[in-house]
Design a protein around this ligand. Structure first.
Ligand code: C2E
Ligand code: MG
Ligand code: MG
Ligand code: MG
Length: 280
């Protein structure tokens, strides 16, 4: 017992651990302040429809502009926001801004918004979505929410209810990063899913890696037989574009077409006239 205590004490005084904890506390404090000051901006990455060779819409991607840290990636701060329970506030802000922007885009263009499992399981997703639609006047059919398999495994009854409420509003549901999580095929028919997004880690490796190529083809076929739309994420090269297009993915997203851009740049890409924009 004394030995354990000794080890514990040693750990406590480990300078690198103390430093890690200190940095984490600082990040948490900065993030709380960022929520109060609304230091977040929504970027948009256009999505190409290979059938028409035109943009079909865009995915909303949050950025944190921290006065102290500069631009912080969502990969770094979303997990912290989830733990602190701030992700629901950030998520509501993203939904509201994304819908307001999309309402200024040409008719039929869709917007996809990422929803954290924490927000999805919090019990208020449908009302937050309804409010964003109401405020912006965006047609519900032009909004898609992107979820990951993580939420579906946590509590499937609760997840199903949340998704059915959102779907009842006329909003579409997309399964993000498909192939990287639990990927139980039963999810695809148990939950109301309209679209599958093939994770970039597979798309990155085509056409040269036979394993990834098989997975991309299999997911595309799965989508077709279940009558779901399929989007390939992370297209960076012409070779990836050709391979994925030939194997049945209609929609594509990636740096080859555009990086995520701010709202004004996206409006120019979509040919939206300035006079139609509700916010300057
Ligand atoms: P995601 O939803 O899978 O979004 C796609 C990510 O891949 C984006 O990173 C995008 O910039 C990046 N990407 C797109 N095309 C390419 C490409 O051709 N090459 C490479 N290397 N990357 C590409 P980002 O914006 O850093 O977002 C990362 C993740 O953070 C998102 O992954 C999503 O899980 C999460 N996230 C972003 N915005 C939000 C949000 O508003 N709410 C929540 N809950 N999560 C968000
Ligand atoms: Mg996404
Ligand atoms: Mg993804
Ligand atoms: Mg991802």
């Amino acid at each position: 017992h004394a030995k354990n205590e000794g080890r514990g004490r040693h750990c406590f005084f480990d300078p690198s651990l103390t430093e890690t904890l200190r940095e984490r506390r600082l990040l948490e404090a900065d993030l709380r302040r960022a929520c109060m000051r609304e230091e977040f901006e929504v970027y948009f990455q256009p999505i190409l429809d290979t059938a028409t060779r035109e943009f079909a819409g865009a995915e909303a991607l949050v950025r944190w502009h921290s006065p102290e840290r500069g631009v912080v990636s969502p990969v770094l701060f979303i997990p912290v926001a989830e733990e602190l329970g701030l992700v629901t506030t950030i998520g509501a802000l993203v939904l509201e801004r994304a819908c307001a922007e999309a309402a200024t885009w040409p008719d039929g263009m869709t917007v996809a918004v990422n929803v954290s499992p924490v927000q999805m399981m919090g019990g208020r997703l449908a009302s937050t979505v309804a409010q964003a639609l109401h405020k912006s006047g965006l047609e519900p059919g032009r909004l898609e929410i992107e979820i990951t398999e993580t939420a579906l495994v946590t509590d499937d009854e609760l997840a199903l209810r949340a998704l059915e409420e959102v779907r009842a509003l006329g909003v579409k549901i997309s399964l993000d990063d498909f192939g990287t999580g639990y990927s139980s095929l039963s999810y695809l028919h148990r939950f109301p899913i309209d679209r599958i997004k093939i994770d970039a880690s597979f798309v990155n490796q085509v056409p040269h890696d036979p394993g990834s190529a098989s997975i991309v083809r299999a997911i595309a076929q799965l989508g077709e037989s279940l009558q779901m739309e399929v989007t390939a994420e992370g297209i960076e090269t012409d070779a990836q574009y050709s391979y994925v297009a030939e194997h049945g993915c209609r929609h594509m997203q990636g740096f080859l077409f555009s990086r995520p851009v701010d709202a004004a740049t996206l409006a120019r890409l979509f040919g939206t006239h300035e006079k139609n924009r509700s916010v300057a």
